[in-house]
Design a protein around this ligand. Structure first.
Ligand code: SF4
Ligand code: SF4
Length: 334
């Protein structure tokens, strides 16, 4: 990232931080936009493809991005569903880049080859690998994993940043070791996130007989591997936080002694423009239609939960609760 971009991101984040701690009007520096809910996979832990949600057209997306920019957003995550099932995805990326956003892109990469020349503006790719090939296919349904690896190699060859996300559905130590070796050889990073339960976007509830102590042991193991130098991009603060989570059957909880930065520091826009503090709150809180209303006017600072295991949200939330250590860790990666 250029120094100018780092500075721009730092200023936007500082404004968000101030708004959060001083309970001021929201100033989110980061937004995620689900360009579609459709997907070419059916992962066991995801309900997105089954939700029937209309999609904004390009003109509406341009309006939306302009609004996010005016609100102070500098980091824009494009995801889905699977964003590459939209034929106009190249134009959507171009729109985001023309407004100067730092663009991250979450994709299963199965359609990457079709659009690869339209994705050069993407600053950061996220894809998914759930452990050994057998485990990955069991979680994410039958598909050609070689296509995913070929796309990953191409992204790395082009010099774009890439992190593979592993959704932790059980304490699969063998799968974690497999991924760490693969990432070392392939030149990409890994992020681990606990499976989410009981949300509109989530595919299922916690299984009976979940092995709490083994899952905790697994997160301790990831922390140890990170400290030994494994290419795990999840922060130490994040990994430590998960080791202390009281009950892995619950994804989120309300603790009145703390507050969440969702809505003030970051937000989530679904494919129709309905906006929520974060993806997990979809179906729980009343959405705000960002195409019609100003977020600052309609925003409710009282999130339904204040602590959670929702991977990317937890990591971003920690930026607001432990700003010094989180920023130091982030700077080390720039
Ligand atoms: S997790 Fe991603 S790839 Fe899997 S079904 Fe959901 S949107 Fe599709
Ligand atoms: S604690 Fe905050 S980020 Fe986490 S699910 Fe609740 S509202 Fe979303």
């Amino acid at each position: 990232m250029s120094k100018a971009k780092v500075l721009q991101m730092g200023v936007a984040y500082a404004q968000s931080l101030l708004a959060f701690h001083a309970d001021r009007s929201p100033k989110p520096f980061s937004a995620s936009f689900a360009v579609t809910n459709k997907c070419n996979l059916r992962c066991v832990y995801c309900n997105c493809p089954l939700l029937k949600i209309p999609e904004l057209n390009l003109e509406q997306i341009e309006q939306l991005f302009g609004k996010l920019k005016k609100m102070g957003v500098v980091r824009l995550g494009l995801f889905g569903g699977e964003p590459l099932v939209r034929k106009d995805i190249g134009e959507i990326v171009d729109l985001a880049k023309s407004l100067g956003f730092f663009v991250s892109f979450n994709s299963n990469l199965l359609l990457y080859e079709r659009y690869k020349d339209r994705l050069d503006g993407v600053d950061y790719f996220f894809t998914s690998l759930d452990g050994t090939p057998e485990k990955h296919l069991a979680n994410r349904g039958k598909h050609n994993l070689d296509v995913v690896h070929a796309a990953m190699n191409e992204i790395i060859r082009k010099g774009q940043k890439l992190t593979a996300i592993c959704v932790v559905t059980d304490a699969d130590f063998e799968g974690a070791d497999y991924l760490i070796d693969l990432a070392k050889k392939g030149g990409f990073d890994l992020h681990f996130q606990q499976e989410c339960y009981d949300a509109e976007n989530a595919g299922r509830s916690a299984p009976d007989g979940i092995e709490q102590s083994r899952i905790r042991e697994f997160w301790h193991y990831l922390l140890k591997r990170k400290r030994e130098g494994a290419p795990i991009t999840s922060s130490e603060g994040y990994l430590k936080y998960i080791t202390t989570w009281p009950d892995f059957r619950s994804t989120a909880m309300y603790d009145p002694t703390t507050k969440c930065a969702a809505g003030r520091g970051f937000l989530f826009v679904d494919s129709s423009g309905e906006t929520y503090p974060c993806p997990y709150t979809k179906g729980i809180v009343k959405p705000v239609n960002l195409m019609e209303v100003e977020w600052a006017d309609a925003f409710d600072p009282n999130t339904p939960c204040t602590k959670c295991l929702v991977g990317p949200m937890l990591e971003t939330n920690l930026l607001f609760h432990n700003p010094v250590s989180s920023v130091m860790a982030a700077m080390a990666k720039v």
